[in-house]
Design a protein around this ligand. Structure first.
Ligand SMILES: [Zn+2]
Length: 276
């Protein structure tokens, strides 16, 4: 937990305490007239308490907004407790609202925002970006005066972002990376992991990584029809077992995109894919 730039605090609960569990960055953006929180961490008593204590001991203007980048428990969990203690309007993209509301005990999303909408914190302006990919209604936030981009889980400080079938879309993820590049940000504050000081390099790396995976899937199918399991085994040869299901879902997501593009078919309704 630290001030990463004047008036911007990164609040990350101690990862040492929960090995194997993803740890969320939440952020406090302190403007002259109001403060915004971006994401709120898991709903675990010790974690919620740690975040609340950090907010309480950090001098700030009244909390006007609690912005939830997307539906996942790691991002929305602490929102109810923080809202109860500090107030603030809970905000999301309209596509995520019902999912976030379902995860919240008590308060609900009060305001949804569309691509391009802004809020003012006095001297600071937050611009919302519809950033479909990791989830369909993921929200990016651009702090204009600092050229700082808050990406939620579309960009991680380390490694790559995950796109799970049914929740997000790899084709839209790649379009979102191109869209985020156009903001020409100086810094990315990611949903997990360290601050990214080379946004252009990181975004281009994520696009390249997805292209490479797609090519791996296509070359697997070039040698004959295959199941998800066969492709997963061939592509992810050295992966921590805890991440295997995540990796299978990445293969499925790529296959979904390729099917929509008419490049891959699954003719027998079974589980075997082939090139179109
Ligand atoms: Zn997520």
């Amino acid at each position: 937990m630290e001030e990463v730039a004047p008036g911007i605090h990164k609040i990350c609960y101690d990862p040492e305490l929960r090995p194997g569990v993803f740890n969320t960055n939440s952020y406090m953006v302190i403007g002259r007239e109001a403060t915004a929180l971006i994401d709120t961490g898991w709903n675990r008593p010790e974690e919620v308490q740690a975040r609340l204590e950090y907010i309480q001991r950090t001098p700030h203007t009244p909390i006007g907004y609690i912005i939830i980048t997307h539906r996942h428990g790691a991002n929305v969990g602490g929102a109810a407790a923080i809202q109860k203690a500090h107030g603030g309007v809970i905000m999301s993209h309209p596509v995520e609202k019902e999912h976030i509301d379902a995860a919240l005990e008590g308060p609900k999303v009060e305001r949804t925002v569309a691509d391009g909408e802004t809020i003012r914190l006095g001297d600071l302006t937050l611009e919302f970006i519809h950033a479909s990919g990791h989830t369909f209604g993921s929200l990016g936030v651009f702090l204009r005066e600092r050229r700082a981009l808050f990406t939620g889980d579309n960009v991680m400080g380390e490694g790559t972002s995950v796109v799970n079938p049914g929740q997000g879309d790899i084709g839209e993820f790649m379009e979102t990376m191109e869209k985020l590049l156009r903001y020409n940000a100086q810094v990315i504050y990611p949903g997990q992991g360290p601050v990214v000081r080379d946004p252009k390099g990181k975004l281009e790396e994520l696009i390249a990584h997805r292209r490479e995976r797609e090519n791996q899937v296509l070359s697997q199918l070039a040698s004959g029809p295959k199941t998800v399991e066969e492709m997963f085994r061939a592509i992810y040869t050295d992966l921590d077992e805890r991440r295997h299901n995540m990796a299978r879902n990445q293969v499925r997501s790529h296959l979904g995109k390729l099917q929509r593009e008419g490049r891959v078919t699954m003719p027998d309704e079974g589980a075997t894919y082939r090139l179109a």
